[in-house]
Design a protein around this ligand. Structure first.
Ligand code: NCD
Length: 289
């Protein structure tokens, strides 16, 4: 069993995965006693996703291998498939992969005999991130149906936005998008942040993903924040129970000002905490009891 794309699961299965993650948060224990080994293969930079998958494996009593793309044979031109197959032959029980190519996993699934956990493919999918976002939302509101969210920023380049928009709509949420025209994507309900900020339950910010852009952003940090970012002034307009989310890493004082990162409405570090429990649930799901 692989976890590649949340489109593969219906709403009941999604809720079941969240229940499992919540159970880990509430103290459920599973211990593989060092008999399972997970390889974390990150071909793109990552802090949270990489090391929370690693932490999740360690908390389940797995052993982990962490692949460093920078000093590997990738430098000698080795392909993705040959690299991953190598880890399979070492004897690992599952691989966690992040790669810059959309749907990189399509070239692997048929040829590998161990589970793949997708830790992000290009601008496509980021299933474990969406699940941790959903867990954070469910803990807060106890439901998805009828909730309103605005996802703000670099929608076009964001696998987090792409995954979340699909799954949140399927779960009955109303999803708006907002941000600079150049990062807008057709087909989504697009609205100015100031027109929606007082009506939504969740404001989810995205990082401006400079590494995926061909042109330099023309706006200064201040201009970006003034037009499209979150700051004290906009937080004051949010509904009383509304929360702030961000997958991180965040550009402080660009999409979110310093004083708001850890304000009372922010769930940004709670998302990080939930990430470990969600990844424990996913690892446990693919490895079995
Ligand atoms: C995101 C990613 O890499 O997809 N971060 C994450 O996984 N927590 C978003 C980003 O890098 O901006």
């Amino acid at each position: 069993m692989d976890v590649l794309n949340l489109d593969d699961y219906d709403a009941d299965k999604i809720n079941e995965m969240l229940d499992k993650a919540q159970a880990f948060k509430d103290g459920k224990q599973v211990n593989y006693e060092g008999k399972k080994i997970i390889a974390n293969l990150f071909f793109e930079p990552s802090t949270r996703t990489h090391y929370s998958f690693d932490m999740a494996g360690l908390k389940l009593g797995c052993k982990t291998q962490n692949f460093n793309a920078g000093d590997s044979s990738l430098k000698k031109g080795e392909s993705l498939y040959d690299t991953v197959k190598t880890f399979e032959m070492f004897g690992v029980d599952a691989v966690v992969i992040r790669h810059k190519e959309n749907e990189y996993y399509k070239q692997l699934v048929e040829k590998l005999n161990i589970p793949i956990l997708n830790a992000g493919d290009g601008t496509g999918n980021h299933p474990s991130q969406s699940l941790l976002d959903l867990l954070t939302i469910r803990q807060e509101f106890g439901r998805f149906e009828g909730l309103k969210i605005v996802i703000v920023g670099d929608i076009k380049h964001s696998r987090v936005a792409h995954t979340n928009i699909q799954i949140m709509k399927r779960l009955g949420m109303k999803v708006y998008t907002s941000g600079p025209e150049e990062y807008k994507e057709e087909g989504y309900d697009y609205i100015s942040l100031d027109d929606i900020i007082d009506k939504v339950d969740i404001v989810m910010l995205l990082r401006v993903q400079h590494e995926r852009h061909t042109d330099q952003m023309e706006l200064t940090k201040e201009e970006y924040n003034k037009n499209y970012g979150l700051n004290e002034k906009r937080v004051k307009k949010m509904k009383k129970e509304a929360i702030i989310m961000h997958p991180a890493p965040f550009n402080r004082n660009v999409e979110i000002t310093d004083d708001v990162v850890e304000c009372e409405k922010s769930r940004i570090f709670k998302q990080v905490e939930n990430g470990v429990f969600v990844r424990m649930a996913l690892i446990n799901m693919v490895l079995g009891e």
